[in-house]
Design a protein around this ligand. Sequence first.
Ligand code: ADP
Length: 481
Amino acid sequence: MTALRFLYNRRVRITLLSLLTFLTMIAAVVTYLADKERQAAARLDFSRSPWAIAATEVEALRYSHALNLLARTPDDPALRRETLRRFDTTWSRVDVLKHGPEGKPLFRLPGYPETLEAFDKVLNDQDPLIAHLDKATPDELRAAYSQINKIIPRLREAFLTMLTDPNYNGMRSSAAQNELEARLGLLLIGLDTLIIVLFILLITEISSTQRLLRHSDAMVAVLREREAELATLHAASQQARQQAEEANNAKTAFLANMSHELRTPLHSILGFSETIKRASFGPIQPPRYAEYVGHIHQSAEHLFSLVEDLLSLTRIEARQYTLNETRLDLAAPCRFAVDLLRSKAEAGGISLTLGEAPAPPVVIFADLRTVRQCVLNLANNAVKFTPAGGSVSVTWGVNAEGEAEITVADTGIGISADEQGSVFDPFYQVDHGLARQHTGAGLGLPLVKSLIELHGGRVTLVSRPGDGSRFTLTFPKDRLI
Ligand code: ADP
């Protein structure tokens, strides 16, 4: 059926149908013409049949008979008239045979034109005699009689040849007509075959189209079914999504409330433990409590920063975090972070350096507290995850694309390619020895990412395990002043 694929095109089908109709019409016309031709051939045309020769012979016989009678009674005027009439009729018949109705001899028999010529000559010779029959002697009339009688058998001979030979008798189809009929027959057969083939093609095409239609109906039914299933699934997923959103909102609200609730007692713990640590109201007894109170203060600080981070993240998620944007020199947040971590780095045997301030200074429009927190988180991690003897640097400047950026680089333990995609997820921590030795809740990097994105910027990480890490904060171009 693939060979008939072109029939799927409606235009092709219409063209074929038109062709079919056209061919049928041609076949009808050709059949009609052929039939007419055949009828014409079958019609008897006496003037063209051998009987025209026979009639001439009969006339010539009548003429010779009249001559014979007149030779015996030359003075009979009625007989003279009769002889003259027969002579004229014979001559005109011979003339018709010679020239035919269209000026051509009627028959093309071998020797036939010569016979007519001879006949014509005889009649021509006798013409003066016939013109003066009253003066004709019986001898002259007898001579004319025998002259005409000699030539008559030649006419009969021609007549008989024509009668017995189908090629000349004019009653049967000539060779040319036979050929024409054969050609017409072939043409008709060809046309009929073509029509039948086209008809079969159309029938097969129609049945295959019907099959296709049935098939497509089935497909449509299946699609409708799938559509209904999809609609049900969509409704279910919408419902699930709504539930998830509601749950997420509830979680955000809960976290925000809890953070607020935790901050109040934490403030007290921090304040009182600080007072005790300083021994503001007298020495601590026994002295061992001083160590404990140090731990209490440290733990409260850790807990406080955790609650702060949580609160920031929930605010960002609830779109309630507002930036307090001003002009700021990037040197400020970098210096702040390095100053704050200097003692921690020294304690860990790590060299912590601040990059050289570029000229002119890099000034951007941003929220100082937020940028500070980002740099501090990154630098804090760098110090945390760099073993003794390593180094951490905080630098800033403008990159090749004209964007302001801050880079925190360390020579620490590094992060594997697998982990790099996850370290920005909340509560994610790479499970390795050094990380486990340090406190943390996996909120630092997600917070950095959210805060820099609030500025329209991005954080990128380049790291290899054992080779250290390089975190870069990039601010959008339009923030550069
Ligand atoms: P945490 O409070 O646990 O440090 P972060 O979100 O700041 O949480 O970091 C997530 C994890 O990413 C860390 O636990 C650590 O495994 C990894 N990480 C972050 N910074 C570095 C770094 N500079 N070098 C190696 N690992 C790092």
